[in-house]
Unconditional design. Structure first.
Length: 290
């Protein structure tokens, strides 16, 4: 069978998230691939800096209208949404969450700075926790506390992303680390924009890492033991990003280069296969937040 456009987008991305789908049952893997492709597409629209902001906003509104049609069972225009629509029906994925995600990527059209922790956490909720909330509907769960787990883990993953990508974001004029934190540690924004590492920056990044760690710990505590197997893909993501956070910490947050620090693909595959084996043997298969 010829791969659909969602599968092509997911394969091309080489994302950690896409890698975590490999252990899902086939029908859930297809659904998650379609969901991921939607997320990737709207994020790419927001990041397409060759287009004027007004044009990107117009395109995102088109995505909003089209996914609303999919959620309401009406005809859709975009190929990714055509592939996603059956899964929206099967798993009762609500438009409100898709809209929150689009609101999140739209924040990148308007903001290059975040004032404080509350401001940044709203962004993290919209672009990461919401993806988790959509994903757990596909994974399947019984205990509603899994929603709180998805929110906490999403924030942990996004804060890890932000730490990893400081240099890359700075090259595009963006600083996600809150201005209140910059002021507290006496780091001038120009130091980050000019890729100048300092001991003050290390302490600043360490504080953000501590915040990420608290979200990992919260997610670990929140997830009921009887839901762990259903959340295997999410737990794999938590494990991979936890090891990435530890690597950033060991580097003393040498993250101001444009090329971000990453885990190698063999390392990620080792983590995933190890977790899968431990899950089959009935052992805890993630160690994040410890």
């Amino acid at each position: 069978m010829k791969p659909g456009v969602s599968d092509q987008i997911t394969r091309k991305s080489a994302s950690n998230l896409a890698l975590a789908f490999i252990l899902l049952p086939p029908e859930k893997r297809v659904a998650m691939t379609s969901l991921y492709a939607f997320c990737r597409q709207v994020d790419d629209v927001a990041d397409e800096e060759s287009l004027p902001v007004d044009e990107r906003r117009r395109q995102l509104n088109n995505w909003r209208s089209d996914i609303a049609a999919a959620c309401e069972g009406r005809a859709v225009q975009m190929e990714v949404n055509c592939e996603l629509a059956p899964h929206i029906y099967t798993y009762s994925l609500p438009f409100s969450l898709f809209n929150e995600l689009i609101l999140g990527v739209e924040m990148d059209l308007e903001k290059t700075r975040y004032s404080d922790q509350t401001d940044l956490e709203l962004y993290c909720y919209r672009v990461a926790s919401v993806v988790g909330l959509l994903s757990i509907e596909i994974f399947g769960y019984h205990d509603p506390i899994c929603k709180e787990y998805a929110v906490a883990l999403g924030k942990a993953l996004q804060l890890t992303n932000i730490l990893r990508d400081v240099g890359n974001d700075a090259a595009r004029g963006r600083i996600y680390i809150p201005e209140a934190d910059l002021a507290q540690f006496k780091v001038d924004p120009s130091e980050i924009l000019n890729h100048r590492w300092s001991e003050r920056f290390f302490q600043l990044a360490k504080a953000l890492s501590t915040r990420a760690r608290s979200h990992y710990q919260q997610a670990r505590i929140l997830l009921p033991s009887n839901e762990r197997k259903a959340m295997l893909s999410a737990e794999l993501m938590g494990n991979v990003y936890w090891h990435l956070l530890q690597r950033l910490e060991r580097s003393r947050f040498q993250v101001l280069d444009v090329a971000p620090i990453r885990l190698s693909k063999p390392r990620k595959l080792t983590l995933i296969l190890s977790a899968a084996l431990r899950a089959q043997l009935g052992f805890p298969f993630s160690d994040y937040g410890c």
